[in-house]
Design a protein around this ligand. Structure first.
Ligand code: RAM
Length: 352
């Protein structure tokens, strides 16, 4: 990975150690020049005036506010027109009507985080037939219904990080549970499967995953599911919540309960939502990528497609503004880079 991109990701000291774990899973950016490539016919310049729409899983989730604002910044750089639309609940088919409207409006680029791998494919295909380039980011559809998927970190990288952090937090031994988002979410389900595989490694032989529960990326439901976990498993040692909504709600529950500091919690959270729980001893550490960079990269990837700079084939290369060069990998996937681990030592250095 090139030094410039490493710097752009603002890696904290603690992630440097973690990056070693992820070597081989994050080789996403090309080391080569900026020559456009791969069956596309553009002149390498992003067309100005592209209409770019962001469609998150849900609009009232701070994570997506940050990622979509990253997209907005990118669109301003290449002089396009940005908008964000989306549902307030992250249910499977809630994004279909928004896609249909964007198709009617003739959007050039749609960046969507899919609530379900299949439910929006029909609407995505119509959008593409209508001339839009569709980039999934954060949570994919089935690969054959979109043009590109902009992935945060490889699923393997996320699974390794999550399992390592929870195992360390419980001293390598004991019962753990997963608090997920919605039951259909492509990203969550992929990470959970990979975490299960990761847990089969000999070093995790004494870590036992007892259940997975779903908070639907709703604060209140996630809070109640955490409460329910502790009631059902009084000897639970730890919870992993790979969702920003879930981990913040679980932290709030633990923080006000007898389990504070006794039941470990980690997951994927935003520094702004988790800071108080790190400082009050509920949570030792958690991880995330920079959501703004993810949205920024998705916007540039979509613009590169819509401008004919890339066709979306493996090996295609494009420039994503300040983030530098990226190469499309197998199955039309572009990977942002490694996650950052946040703890008491670095959490104040981040504001998202
Ligand atoms: C929530 C959503 C999102 C996921 C993050 C980590 O905001 O479920 O899809 O990537 O958490």
């Amino acid at each position: 990975m090139r030094g410039t991109r490493t710097a752009n990701l603002r890696l904290g000291a603690s992630v440097l150690a973690l990056a070693t774990v992820l070597v081989g899973t994050t080789a996403c950016a090309s080391d080569e020049g900026s020559t456009p490539s791969g069956g596309a016919s553009g002149d390498g310049t992003i067309r100005s005036g592209l209409s770019v729409a962001f469609l998150p899983k849900q609009v009232n989730n701070p994570y997506f506010t940050v990622s979509d604002n990253g997209g907005k910044a990118a669109v301003a750089e290449f002089k396009g027109e940005y908008k964000e639309v989306g549902p307030s609940e992250a249910s499977a088919s809630s994004q279909v009507s928004y896609l249909n409207t964007l198709t009617q409006q003739g959007s050039d680029v749609i960046a969507v985080s899919a609530n379900d791998p299949n439910a929006i494919c029909g609407a995505v295909n119509q959008a593409r037939q209508g001339g839009a380039k569709v980039v999934t980011f954060d949570s994919d559809t089935n690969p054959d219904c979109r043009d590109l998927f902009v992935n945060q970190v490889t699923g393997q990288g996320i699974a390794e990080t999550q399992v390592k952090l929870i195992s360390e937090a419980i001293g390598g031994e004991g019962k753990i549970a997963i608090l997920s988002a919605t039951a259909n979410a492509t990203n969550q389900n992929a990470w959970i499967e990979l975490m299960k595989t990761e847990l089969k490694k000999p070093e995790y032989a004494k870590v036992q995953l007892v259940t997975t529960v779903y908070g639907n990326d709703e604060d209140q439901k996630s809070f109640q599911e955490t409460q329910g976990l502790l009631a059902s498993y009084p000897d639970l040692e730890g919870i992993v919540s790979p969702t920003t909504v879930g981990v913040a709600a679980a932290a709030r529950y633990l923080s006000g309960s007898q389990y504070k500091g006794k039941v470990a919690l980690t997951g994927l959270g935003t520094p702004n939502q988790m800071r108080e729980f790190v400082k009050n001893g509920t949570v030792k550490n958690f991880a995330l990528w920079n959501p703004a960079d993810l949205g920024y990269l998705a916007a540039y990837a979509g613009a590169a497609l819509a401008s004919g700079i890339i066709a979306g084939k493996e090996g295609d290369r494009f420039t994503a503004g300040k983030l530098g060069e990226y190469t499309v990998g197998a199955d039309g996937v572009v990977v942002l880079g490694p996650p950052t681990v946040f703890d008491a030592a670095n959490v104040d250095q981040f504001d998202f």
